[in-house]
Unconditional design. Structure first.
Length: 150
């Protein structure tokens, strides 16, 4: 004896709805994963931590070489691998500090350098230079930006 109303159709519809929900959830997970990965890629593309680290180590090594050299030296630092004008440079307390221009609270990259006790450098900040000029005499080290810049 058959029951009235065929419950098979009801379960078939529920199974179809469950399948639709599973597909919608999978699409939602895929879209969320895409958005998260796209945000990560954008942040890595704009990140300058590697450039700051590279520049701080390069300039720290340059200052060490200037102090180690004998005689008067003037060197104009230009870097083709990283844009210097994107950064602010600080030279203080035997450390090269580099931070992005126009950004407060960003990560600072620092590199120590050895200082000659007979020709100390008092320290200063240089904002967004295209070139940095290092000038060392017997008495002192002077670091400045290109005189043609603002």
């Amino acid at each position: 004896m058959k029951k009235r109303g065929n419950n098979v159709h009801f379960f078939a519809r529920k199974a179809q709805m469950n399948e639709i929900y599973h597909i919608l959830i999978q699409i939602l997970i895929a879209v969320m994963t895409y958005i998260i990965l796209q945000n990560y890629i954008d942040s890595v593309a704009k990140d300058t931590l590697f450039e700051k680290s590279y520049l701080s180590k390069d300039i720290g090594l340059l200052i060490n070489a200037l102090y180690a050299g004998s005689g008067d030296v003037e060197y104009t630092y230009v870097n083709d691998k990283a844009e210097l004008n994107k950064f602010n440079f600080g030279f203080n307390e035997q450390k090269v500090s580099i931070v992005e221009s126009g950004s407060a609270g960003k990560i600072v990259s620092e590199q120590p350098y050895g200082e000659d006790l007979n020709s100390r450098y008092s320290g200063q900040k240089i904002y967004s230079p295209s070139q940095i000029i290092f000038s060392r005499t017997k008495e002192r080290l002077q670091i400045s930006r290109n005189s043609n810049e603002k």
